[in-house]
Design a protein around this ligand. Sequence first.
Ligand SMILES: *Cc1c(COP(=O)(O)O)cnc(C)c1O
Length: 374
Amino acid sequence: MLPYGRQSISEDDIQAVVDVLRGDWLTTGPAVAAFEARLGEVAGGHRAITATSGTAALHMAYGAAGVTRGDTVISTPMTFIATTAMASVLGANIVFADVEEDTALIDPDAVDALIDERTKVIAAVDYAGHPADYDRLSAAAARVDALVLDDAAHSIGSTYKGRPVGDLADLTTFSFFPTKNLTTGEGGALVAKDPLIAQRAHEFHFIGLVRDADRFAVTTEGAWHQEVHEFGFNYRLDDIACALGLSQLARLDTFRRRRAEITRRYDAALAGIDGVRTPIQRDDVELIRHLYPVRILDQRRREVFDRMRADGIGVQVNYMPVYWHPVYADAGYRRGMCPNAEAFYAEELSLPIHPELTDDQVDQVVESLVRALR
Ligand SMILES: *Cc1c(COP(=O)(O)O)cnc(C)c1O
């Protein structure tokens, strides 16, 4: 099966991991610090904190934002469920805003219509690698003193109006799962613009430990002392993973170029084909295309999916609207609430795209799609 996404591991990546295994630190050592420093630079010059997954990073983001029972989080249904699940576990009420018909990104008009004083966070997702409209979302958030979160699991390395992902929202989360734009195996990170929120996120992922003597409530103890003010988790990413991440980050431009070449090849090959709509890109963004989501028209998506899978092409569907999951449906969320997202889901098919996909394989995918449509 030709997978829809997969990692690209170089000899340098392997050597970076081996070097950690031969060294003194397996976790919370120099590779963590180096990866976080470099990530922060790539993400607009803000503090980055690594985490054991993108899901953990989302939990840290909502925790550091102070999301709690009774707060509202406005988000998009066109995402992986972790985007909203990590706010739900903190007791937030999730309000789903519909997506734009063409980009499948959260629609700022829908957000404007839903926002109120209880809104704590607007959580956007850069679906397929394409940044959402952060100028509009930030303006909406500012009116009610909410924060904007960018779930950038798909979009590390993309830009919006010349600014990099990481600089677009108050909080940005990444995933380094093997199918994403760069990998650490499991892994993720959070970037926060406000240093105080960043520090809260750091403590949230480090069992809640406070190590800053100026903040100690217990002042009778010696130099060994550390203390906990709020409960936290252990979401620390280790040096083995961070060494791989740092090495991968150096290859991000290469990954971007190859993903762009594949995009152009698909765009050209599929331009004249009936029954398929190719993805669009707004003029004010540059992207690392994480997914290549085509739309299969005339209610033929399931048939085309099955035929291509039978052909050995690992097509995927991203995503079922989040509120269709039983955990939300059982809580009273009803189908029909976000018609653009549901229409998009009914037609969406993700074609394989990753840095090691060859031109021949791209052509093979196109031929399989054309055959399936016949
Ligand atoms: C992959 C992904 C996540 C979760 O990341 P993990 O590292 O798998 O926990 C969250 N949101 C989106 C949009 C994703 O694609």
